[in-house]
Design a protein around this ligand. Structure first.
Ligand code: GLU
Length: 289
């Protein structure tokens, strides 16, 4: 079989302007694709309709082009992929791994006697109040969750042990087995489909898209390391090909904090407005010119 052609993607959410951290991520992926004669794809993660704004998407495309990035093929928008997510969800349902959940955030907080913050401040880990509810009883306002313990048991059976993924990032290179305890403590029964719109939630959409786009290496920040664990688990359950993962260092502010969307002071467009060149941005984030 001929070796697979390298493909990576940059997958911003159009909920704000790109900042230096995004520039570093996109440039790292782009450089790796070009060095390998591979493809660099762009995916717009626009499922969170309450926060997505068309002007942010336009600004993202413009900033990336200004940085000197071009992408192969058309932009993939998650909002156009709903049938694929529904199909994946139906497959997880057929495996008996999902359940409907009617809990609100307030219910979840109330059910937790000692609230436990999930990794990366993603909110409390769901205590499993609705676990075991049958899918036939799903109401229009219910979210759909993954039953993590069942999922881990099936994945173990399939992979002959806990699944692992290959890390190519600078912090550690090699095989990384999933950590069931960390998944239970930090991730829990994640939402696969949202309660408000029924739209697919982040992890399910990413797994489906990475497979459909033929991604061979996911290049993204170390802050998504915990997300990788759950995404690899879903890949195994759906029988999808597994990319390797390159978790890169994070760009931080002077206080050592990871940049967030609200860090408008480091928005690429502000540097642009002040007359910075794309080469200067590369230098600022520590990349060779
Ligand atoms: N859309 C995510 C973000 O903007 C990135 C997800 C990913 O790279 O898998 O943080």
């Amino acid at each position: 079989m001929p070796p697979e052609r390298y493909a990576t993607r940059f997958a911003p959410s159009p909920t704000g302007f790109l900042h230096l951290g995004h520039a570093f991520s996109a440039l790292t992926g782009f450089d790796r694709a070009r060095e390998r004669g591979g493809r660099f794809l762009l995916r717009i993660e626009d499922l969170d309709q309450a926060r997505v704004r068309p002007q942010f998407e336009a600004a993202i495309l413009e900033d990336l082009a200004w940085l000197g990035l071009s992408w192969d093929g058309p932009v993939l928008r998650q909002s156009g992929q709903t049938a694929h997510y529904a199909d994946a969800l139906a497959r997880l349902d057929a495996l008996g791994l999902v359940y409907p959940c009617r809990c609100t955030r307030a219910d979840i907080r109330a059910a937790l006697s000692a609230p436990q913050e999930a990794a990366e401040g993603a909110g409390p880990v769901y205590p499993g109040t609705c676990r075991g509810r049958p899918m036939q009883g799903r109401g229009p306002d219910d979210a759909i969750r993954l039953d993590l313990d069942r999922a881990l048991a099936l994945a173990r059976a399939r992979a002959g042990g806990l699944p692992a993924f290959t890390e190519t990032g600078p912090a550690f290179t090699g095989l990384h087995a999933l950590d069931a305890d960390a998944l239970r403590a930090g991730t829990g029964d994640i939402v696969l489909a949202r309660r408000d719109s029924g739209a697919a939630a982040y992890h399910l959409a990413v797994v489906v898209d990475d497979a459909r786009q033929g991604i061979t290496e996911v290049v993204r920040g170390q802050d998504l390391f915990a997300a990788t664990q759950v995404q690899v688990l879903i890949q195994v359950l759906l029988g999808l090909p597994q990319p390797v993962y390159h978790h890169h260092r994070l760009i931080r502010d002077e206080a050592g904090r990871r940049l967030a969307k609200r860090d408008d002071a480091r928005a690429i467009r502000l540097y642009r407005a002040e007359g910075a060149t794309p080469a200067a941005i590369r230098r600022l984030v520590g990349l060779p010119g």
